[in-house]
Ligand binder design. Structure first.
Ligand code: UD1
Length: 344
């Protein structure tokens, strides 16, 4: 069963390629390397002992997409490819709307043209904003997005929902990720942020590696147990497996049009300080950090209710926060080793 993985060289995409192959699917990657690196393909080759079919192309290139769909007989698409930096999206909204909306529209049109039935869409818990009640369920109302990036996720969900409502024919699941972290336990693929990382875990591993002098904890006066924000950190390998389950569910549905949304998290909330302490403990490292001011746009606390994904999709998070932080650190150390060999 051939599955097109857009953004398959990226962080979540590359881990999903591994899990698709483990589950007997045939992933085909399309990536333009706008926010990923060719080294991910080398990492995949090492893990899998063979090359994964790959096209270097942009998901906004209609001709390229047509040619690929013409050649391959896809059973489904997992759409990861998107711009995803919150701050950049505030500065360059048109770039975000153009890229993230166009690619989703074009994929849906191309899927319809070639009769490809199944779409898994990469959405985010950012669509909930700061919910009134925790944990958040899929019934929790979405709030107006805090950033153009967040808005593209909400709009793409709506585009897919409306397409399905109109009779598709397409079956689709939007997965609302909480905070992905960690790396493949082999240490061969992981997160590769361009420039200064905005996300917490890569900032921690880069600080531990000495690339960043100090981690600033954004705010210590929130209404939480230790004053720092709460998030639901989900191991990227678990998250990758949720995509496999989503595809299985889509393929098992007999109707031709179907749409649903699922939270993908652990169901547990962790504060920033708890995460730092766990990192220090499991990796036996002292981290240089201090508490700074709040980051504008941050929500105080959010974590998932995962009953729906557990019960309907038969998926649950298996890996612990400690494993994720060990894997992320192993990956960072391997990266530094590779970089030092290259520069010698
Ligand atoms: C962010 C995005 C979210 C996106 C997700 C992708 C915002 C407001 N949200 O989520 O839309 O889907 O990334 O992964 O940007 N922190 C520090 N110091 C740092 C970095 C982060 O204290 O140097 C804290 C943050 O304040 C937050 C937590 O760590 O409390 C997690 O931050 P981050 O990894 O950036 O994820 P989110 O903000 O939850």
């Amino acid at each position: 069963m051939k599955i097109l993985v857009t953004g398959g060289a990226g962080f979540i995409g590359s881990h999903t390629v591994v899990e698709l192959l483990n589950a007997g699917f045939e992933p085909v990657i399309i990536d333009n390397f706008s926010n990923s690196n060719r080294s991910a393909l080398a990492g995949l080759r090492q893990i899998l002992n063979h090359d994964v079919p790959f096209y270097e192309a942009d998901c906004n290139d209609a001709e390229a997409l047509n040619a690929i769909f013409e050649k391959e007989n896809f059973r489904g698409v997992i759409h990861f490819a998107a711009h995803k930096a919150v701050g950049e999206s505030v500065a360059k909204p048109l770039m975000y709307y153009r890229n993230n909306l166009d690619s989703t529209l074009l994929l849906l049109e191309t899927m319809q043209r070639y009769g490809v039935p199944n779409l898994v869409f990469s959405s985010s818990c950012t669509v909930y904003g700061q919910p009134e009640h925790l944990p958040v369920t899929e019934e929790t109302p979405r709030l107006p997005a805090q950033s153009p990036y967040g808005n593209t996720k909400a709009i793409c969900e709506d585009i897919i929902r409306d397409t399905v409502k109109a009779g598709g024919p397409v079956k689709s699941i939007a997965l609302r990720y909480f905070n992905p972290m960690g790396a493949h336990p082999s240490g061969l693929i992981g997160e590769l942020p361009l420039g200064v990382p905005g996300n917490l875990v890569p900032f921690i591993t880069q600080t531990a590696a000495g690339i960043r002098e100090k981690l600033t904890v954004h705010g210590g006066d929130y209404d939480t147990v230790d004053g720092t924000c709460i998030r639901d950190y989900i191991h990227v390998v678990d998250l990758a497996k949720a995509h496999v389950q989503a595809l299985r569910l889509l393929d098992s549905r007999e109707e031709t049009s179907y749409y649903d949304v699922f939270n993908v998290g652990t169901g547990n909330g962790q504060t920033v300080l708890e995460l730092i302490q766990t990192f220090e403990k499991v990796n036996n490292i002292k981290l240089n950090y201090s508490i700074g001011p709040r980051r504008p746009g941050d929500v105080e606390k959010i974590y998932a209710q995962v009953d729906k994904v557990n019960n309907v999709m038969g998926w649950r998070a298996e890996k612990t926060l400690a494993e994720g932080l060990q894997d992320a650190w192993r990956w960072e150390q391997n990266l530094q080793l590779k970089n030092s060999i290259v520069s010698e």
